[in-house]
Ligand binder design. Structure first.
Ligand code: ATP
Length: 223
């Protein structure tokens, strides 16, 4: 698949990246793609949006939002381009992306270009998200980053467009270092008392220890 680059763009606009996720916990896979996309597209900032009540993770006990939010805050503190939004955490209803984007557009106005960042696994099931066409309407670009273990099928562009007409017009694929790290694996490792060092910032690792997160093997850490 072709890698798209933005050439002419109006600098009077602010260009903001958004990366949503459960961040349970945040890890270097998230941080690396966020920074690579920000730098490649010269974005003014990258906003992490932890999900409050993730609609796509039924059956798993997601860690209380305050812990996930704090871990994001700790992990991004050293990057002046990164910030975190509580928008989904403060909403009592399920965190549908389309609703988040609608609210952000209302708050920030139209003189802002929004780049919504997702990993390859999320691109594959993007057409099954709640109101995917509505999501595309609210953003300027959907930015996909490859993720280890997710193979691109032949004629992938065509397949994506068939599933969701209009997606190719908005899609940017950005190369980034591929780190085979997942939050599921980190939770499992903590539960099994295996190391997570070098997979997430040390400060997040310390937070997990101090708050005894992910230690209960009876909770389903695998999902
Ligand atoms: P879980 O294992 O609990 O499903 P996760 O590690 O996939 O979690 P999420 O919070 O669900 O993390 O991911 C937020 C976004 O970051 C998603 O778009 C996901 O595709 C992307 N992402 C997560 N880990 C990586 C990685 N190692 N490389 C590239 N993208 C990633």
């Amino acid at each position: 698949m072709e890698v798209y680059r933005i050439q002419d763009r109006r600098r009077e606009m602010r260009h903001i990246g958004l990366i949503g996720g459960t961040f349970d916990p945040i890890h270097y896979g998230h941080l690396v793609i966020a920074e690579e996309v920000r730098a490649t597209l010269h974005l003014d900032e990258m906003v992490f949006i932890p999900a409050g009540h993730p609609p796509h993770k039924p059956g798993r006990n997601v860690t209380p939002a305050i812990h996930r939010l704090t871990m994001v805050q700790l992990a991004i503190a050293s990057n002046p381009y990164f910030r975190v939004s509580r928008i989904e955490i403060d909403r009592p209803t399920p965190s549908y992306t389309v609703e988040t984007l609608r609210i952000l557009r209302q708050q920030w106005g139209t003189n802002i270009a929004l780049y919504f960042v997702i990993g390859w696994d999320s691109l594959e099931d993007f057409h099954t998200w709640y109101e995917p066409t509505g999501i595309l309407e609210h953003i300027n670009h959907l930015v996909a980053v490859r993720r280890p273990g997710y193979v691109e099928e032949p004629a992938y562009n065509q397949l994506l467009e068939e599933r969701l007409p209009g997606i190719m017009q908005r899609l940017l694929v950005i190369p980034a270092p591929q780190l085979e790290i997942s939050a599921t694996e980190l939770r499992q490792r903590v539960a099994e008392e295996r190391p997570i060092k070098y997979q997430t910032p040390e400060i997040v690792e310390q937070y997990i220890q101090e708050h005894a997160l992910y230690q209960d093997k009876t909770k389903d850490a695998r999902k």
